[in-house]
Design a protein around this ligand. Structure first.
Ligand code: ZN
Length: 66
């Protein structure tokens, strides 16, 4: 368990700017990442044409800089 295991659905508003991965693609063996800014709406997954995709936060913008 990590504290980055937050998931979000298509249509929700992004409150944490960063990189997100489509979990449906992930479970299907495909890596689909998007970079989203705060205040935008989570998109559909373009890869599998999933209208109701689930996105998992991979890393916050700025938090990964060392
Ligand atoms: Zn996907």
């Amino acid at each position: 368990m990590t504290n980055l295991s937050k998931t979000f659905k298509t249509g929700e508003m992004v409150s944490i700017p960063g990189r997100y991965e489509c979990l449906t693609c992930k479970y299907g063996g495909t890596k689909t990442e998007v970079q989203l800014k705060q205040g935008v709406i989570f998109p559909m997954c373009q890869v599998n044409s999933i209208k109701d995709a689930t996105w998992q936060l991979l890393g916050r913008d700025g938090a990964s800089a060392r």
